[in-house]
Ligand binder design. Structure first.
Ligand SMILES: [Ca+2]
Ligand SMILES: [Ca+2]
Length: 381
């Protein structure tokens, strides 16, 4: 049973050390290890798990910057660490066991003196129940491609996640289900790790400008009844997932179909004059330009000739890496909008978009375990 420790919105937070102390019910749970997500790679983490019987009920993790000259910069948000617990035979089904922070503190050195960073902390709870576990969106206690399909359908907006599906499917812990989570569920379904090998130093932000640029094609429609618009990646190196919304500014265009790059699994959902497209795969693409998708629009010729132009605007653009990590955490991701004009007289526009990260919220989110896991003596997720 893994209890995720999540950083609600910590992008850009700089710190030198952190204490995470967690209290739990000793009759139901026993900590066995911690697992670090891509957000915690490269950090020095010490803990009391090996001597937990000396201080039962209190799991303590301490994180220290490996180099005082180089504070830790948290480069994203969502699942930071998992505290993995053994579910003890004493755990009672359908019972809520609180998992709470005894202490959650982060410090930064200012003039060689540690100063506490103010943080908002929210406790969580562990449910011994037959509810869903991580990645099991359909709740059948098995991790299969059906779960990845459910995640894909939810990520594209075709269906709304139930509370249980959000708990199970939000693998990266950012509070919603996106292409990054689809990658995570796909990986879980075949037993691939959702955390990277602990090699990359934390907080390494690359400065290559616009390496990840997504461009919507610009096209002239000279009386055709259909127009095809390509969406392209300038460099697809490391990309394992794409999530985007494309809106168009003329009702004279109606979407006929979306064909994705065949090396991805693709799902789309068109509502009115916008379409959401989600693409995912479990391995990252090699370096080089790549087609993301081709959208085919039917054109109402008379209406469109009268308007003369439709802008094709990229919104909610996100690219995800092999571990479902949002690539904008480490490199800029830019969008270049497109357009369709009725004749060659159209005027170009198109601006990039920038992502912003906000306040810090830290939460232990409900961990769940299936009845099947509970039935195993000492069963661990
Ligand atoms: Ca399942
Ligand atoms: Ca998510």
């Amino acid at each position: 049973m893994a209890v995720p420790i999540e950083l609600g919105s910590a992008g850009g937070l700089v710190l030198h050390s952190m204490d995470i102390w967690i209290t739990y019910d000793v009759l139901a749970l026993r900590p066995v290890r911690h697992e670090r997500s891509i957000l915690a790679t490269g950090l020095q983490i010490v803990h009391n798990i090996d001597i937990i019987d000396a201080s039962p009920g209190a799991l303590k993790l301490s994180i220290l910057s490996p180099n005082l000259e180089l504070p830790i910069e948290l480069i994203g948000r969502g699942r930071f660490l998992d505290a993995v617990f053994e579910v003890l035979p004493g755990a009672v089904g359908n019972t809520e066991y609180p998992v709470d922070f005894e202490r959650f503190k982060a410090f930064i050195l200012i003039d060689d003196a540690p100063v506490a960073i103010e943080m908002e902390v929210a406790p969580g709870a562990y449910y011994a129940s037959d509810a869903y576990r991580r990645g099991d969106l359909d709740g059948d206690a098995d991790l299969t491609s059906a779960d990845a399909l459910s995640a894909l359908v939810i990520a594209s907006g075709r269906s709304q996640a139930t509370e249980e599906q959000l708990t199970a499917g939000d693998v990266d812990g950012d509070g919603r289900i996106t292409a990054g989570d689809v990658i995570g569920v796909q990986r879980l379904s075949v037993g691939l790790p959702i955390d990277p090998p602990d090699a990359r130093p934390a907080g390494t932000r690359h400065a290559e400008p616009s390496r990840y640029q997504v461009t919507v094609q610009r096209s002239t429609c000279r009386g055709e009844d259909q127009v095809e618009i390509a969406i392209e990646l300038a460099d697809a190196g490391g990309v394992a997932g794409v999530q985007l919304e494309l809106g168009w500014t003329s009702e004279a265009l109606s979407l006929v179909g979306v064909v994705g790059n065949t090396s991805f699994t693709v799902q789309s959902n068109a509502v009115g004059t916008a379409v959401q497209v989600v693409l995912s795969r479990t391995e990252p693409l090699p370096t080089g330009p790549a087609l993301v998708a081709v959208l085919t629009f039917a054109v109402d010729e008379a209406d469109f000739a009268a308007q003369g132009r439709a802008d094709l605007v990229l919104g909610k653009l996100a690219l995800y890496g092999e571990y479902g990590n949002d690539l904008s955490w480490t490199e800029p991701v830019t969008a270049v909008d497109g357009w369709v004009v009725a004749s060659a007289d159209g005027v170009p526009v198109g601006e990039g978009l920038a992502a912003a990260l906000l306040v810090l919220v830290v939460a232990v989110v409900a961990g769940r375990v299936s009845r099947r896991s509970l039935g195993l003596s000492g069963g661990v997720r």
